[in-house]
Design a binder for this molecule. Structure first.
Ligand code: BTN
Length: 324
């Protein structure tokens, strides 16, 4: 049996977590054991135990006889940080096969949306059209589960999610663009992929939830040879301007806000760089040359084929066609 890490749920706060939050707020300064004990209503022995637990969890904490404790450093992408920063319900894992798979499993086990599943790496990350998604340490892999109600515009979820992630990245000073339908590009290379999947209710066979799976190359630069020229990362390792936990929270906030934005389509259109470009339309029937000419009001891509006929594409894929 493989070891399955129990998930971390946001709302239960342990003593170690309470101590972590105080030390983090005061870092790199010292906090005396006495004031920790007083402010948290705990004994000095309980504080000492919590500090030991934090050290086991990867925090470096210095203890000085007359000064108390101080947080020297900690891995900023851990369950303590995620739980400190997120306001949404989050399940955090060091490793998963796929966050989308885990999100569906949780829904089927009765977990109520909205919630988020995050993994530091994936061993079987899935991409669109049955492809795999390269998911080593250094990327941010998460799935946002939203409930489908009578008001939900299901068709807009994929494009609105792309706008949300693009906005999150751009708020850090980047200038991303979107390749229809939901690939995010930075300086001509893919920096993020999104896979939206529906969950069907077994009670009435209706669509009950949507899982929005997002993979961002944050500081993963070790791409395999076949990806080197087409993929990029936001940062090189060690040059990050924001922690992974903070970026993940920002991403979730921007996606949830784009899903509610009545003007999302206009904003999406401004970022969609393939309009006017020659493309190959890939469908079950094969590949066909066309020009991408517009987005309709459902965010379907309007393409014109060489015979002059137009088509509104709602799913499938287009690749950009070089003109030589
Ligand atoms: C694509 O570019 O083809 C879509 C890639 C989607 C990858 C994300 S990473 C988080 C979530 N879990 C998965 O297994 N896939 C999505």
């Amino acid at each position: 049996m493989p070891f399955v890490q129990p998930p971390t749920i946001l709302f239960l706060m342990t003593t170690a977590e309470k101590v972590y939050r105080v030390l983090k707020a005061e870092a790199p300064g010292y906090v005396s054991g006495e004031s920790l004990a007083l402010s948290l209503g705990l004994s000095r022995a309980a504080i000492w135990k919590a500090v030991s637990r934090l050290c086991q969890m990867g925090c470096e904490i210095e203890g000085q006889r007359h000064h108390g404790y101080r947080l020297v450093s900690s891995d900023d992408y851990n369950e303590l940080e995620i739980r400190r920063i997120f306001t949404e319900k989050v399940f955090f894992f060091d490793e998963l096969v796929s966050t989308n798979d885990e999100a569906r499993r949780l829904v089927n086990a009765g977990e109520k949306a909205p919630f988020v599943v995050i993994a530091k790496k994936q061993t079987g990350g899935r991409g669109r059209r049955g492809r795999s998604f390269f998911s080593p340490d250094g990327g941010i892999y998460l799935s946002i589960v939203v409930e489908v109600t009578a008001e939900t515009n299901v068709e807009s979820i994929t494009t609105a999610a792309a706008l949300g992630v693009s906005n999150a990245i751009d708020s850090l000073g980047f200038d991303t663009q979107i390749k229809w339908v939901n690939d995010i590009y930075l300086s001509g290379r893919k920096v993020c992929g999104i896979l939206c999947e529906g969950v069907i209710s077994l009670e009435d066979y209706s669509l009950s939830e949507v899982v929005i799976g997002i993979g961002v190359n944050f500081s993963s630069t070790d791409f395999p040879a076949e990806m080197k020229d087409i993929a990029t990362s936001l940062y090189r390792e060690g040059e990050e301007k924001i922690s992974k936990a903070e970026f993940a929270a920002l991403e979730v906030k921007e996606v949830l806000s784009a899903l509610k934005d009545p003007a999302y389509l206009e904003k999406y259109r401004e970022k969609c760089f393939i309009l006017g470009m020659p493309v190959n339309v890939i469908s079950l029937k094969g590949e066909r040359e066309a020009t991408a000419i517009d987005l309709d009001d459902k965010a379907h891509l309007v393409v014109r084929y060489e015979d002059g006929k137009t088509e509104h594409i709602s799913s499938g894929e287009v690749t950009i066609r070089p003109l030589y």
